[in-house]
Write a protein that binds this ligand. Structure first.
Ligand SMILES: [Zn+2]
Ligand SMILES: [Zn+2]
Length: 395
């Protein structure tokens, strides 16, 4: 089976690159992936599949039914959205949509999954179960395309026993694949604090309620929650990037606005940390005579890679790639909406190496010079097909 998949994977590599370039040239922002969804649905129809379109508006879902379609299902996910970034690469496949760019590799994920679909439809007779292809909108924008597709039932009928997601990795050399068991990526919540006092002349602090001082105490105290209440094995980050006190040297403003991000890898601690932060901020402000509005905009949950599924998937990747090409990943405090799937069904999110230092392909995701070594598309589609085959054989 590996040999067959590798042979098919060679056959479809040129097409996968052409599809990637088409998508790269025609990027669309989150929740606006209309042309992309059309393109995906058309390619799936070319394969004889019957895609379900318009899931969460721009999502596309298709089933590849094998020999015993009811026996077991595995879900394969690709995200389709681009970012509001002006591409700075001078390449023939440069974005034709100024100010919008596939700077997170979602063009690669989509074309890779289309390649996987082409391989698997040709192996249908030998597939044991059903493969569910999930092309989702808006990974980059809250509330996340994944959460909306789950609400619309993407994890039912059939319910996948496992979900697999692949993401490009500009820090992993092309030709290698990265895995991590258990906690992998962080939950992401946004914090918006407004500290209110009573402003006035800086010479008469006794007649004022200084929101700058209150806000300063709050920032320090909240960091202490992370150091004193966090179970030490729980990775967490609290960062404030905005602190606006719009007074001048001798004018204390009426209010101060603070914005930050709260990230961790434990849903209980995530909620507990938020409760403690809110109580502390409100308490400090009150004790100092002011008040604090503590607004939380909830983001994605943390991403956990199911241990057994990840071990099996990694072992299958070793069979396909060789042990020397399968690497371990570090924790990453960024967020990813694949986490929504991981909270519902066994899931594994792994990384496809796309870096090529010799060719200068080293830029990080979300930068205007991000690009990939396209030979990754000789690996991604076939590898995912193999992982799906192995996971269906699990029953
Ligand atoms: Zn991204
Ligand atoms: Zn991404």
């Amino acid at each position: 089976m590996i040999k067959k998949i590798k042979a098919l994977s060679k056959e479809i590599a040129t097409e996968a690159v052409a599809n990637r370039r088409h998508l790269h040239q025609n990027p669309e922002l989150s929740f606006n992936e209309y042309q992309t969804a059309r393109f995906v649905a058309d390619r799936l129809k070319d394969l004889g599949l019957e895609p379900q379109e318009g899931v969460a508006d721009t999502g596309v879902v298709a089933l590849i039914r094998g020999r015993n379609p009811e026996s077991r299902a595995v879900g394969l996910r690709a995200d389709m959205d681009a970012l509001p970034i002006m591409e700075a690469n001078d390449v023939p496949y440069k974005s034709q949509n100024p100010g919008v760019m596939h700077a997170c590799g979602h063009d690669v994920h989509t074309s890779s999954l289309l390649g996987t679909a082409r391989i698997l439809t040709q192996l249908r007779e030998e597939l044991e179960g059903t493969v569910k292809l999930v092309f989702q909108p808006a990974e980059e924008k809250a509330p996340g395309g994944a959460s909306l597709m789950i609400k619309e039932g993407v994890l039912e009928n059939p319910r996948p026993a496992g979900m697999l997601g692949q993401h490009v990795a500009p820090n992993v050399p092309v030709g290698k694949i990265g895995f991590r068991e258990g906690m992998y990526m962080a939950s992401t919540d946004e914090l918006y604090l407004t500290v209110k006092g009573k402003g006035g002349h800086g010479a008469v602090p006794d007649q004022l309620i200084d929101p700058v001082l209150i806000a300063s105490h709050i920032i320090v105290a909240l960091q202490q929650i992370i150091s004193r209440n966090r179970q030490p094995a729980n990775p967490s980050v609290l960062s404030f990037g905005r602190f606006i006190a719009d007074g001048v040297t001798n004018v204390i403003p009426n209010e101060v606005k603070i914005q930050g991000t709260w990230r961790c890898m434990d849903e209980e601690w995530r909620a507990d940390g938020l409760r403690r932060m809110q109580k502390m901020a409100e308490g400090i402000a009150e004790a100092m005579g002011g008040s604090c509005d503590f607004e939380i905009v909830k983001g994605y949950p943390f991403l956990k890679n199911h241990p057994e599924l990840t071990r099996r998937t990694k072992a299958a990747a070793v069979e396909y790639m060789g042990a020397e090409n399968v690497v371990d990943l570090d924790l990453w405090m960024a967020g990813e909406d694949f986490a929504f799937y991981s909270q519902v069904v066994d899931s594994c999110f792994y990384r496809l190496g796309t870096r090529n230092e010799a060719r200068g392909i080293v830029s990080g995701v979300h930068t205007p010079t991000f690009d990939i070594d396209e030979s990754a598309l000789e690996i991604g589609p076939g590898l995912m097909a193999w992982l799906a085959v192995k996971e269906l054989d699990q029953r």
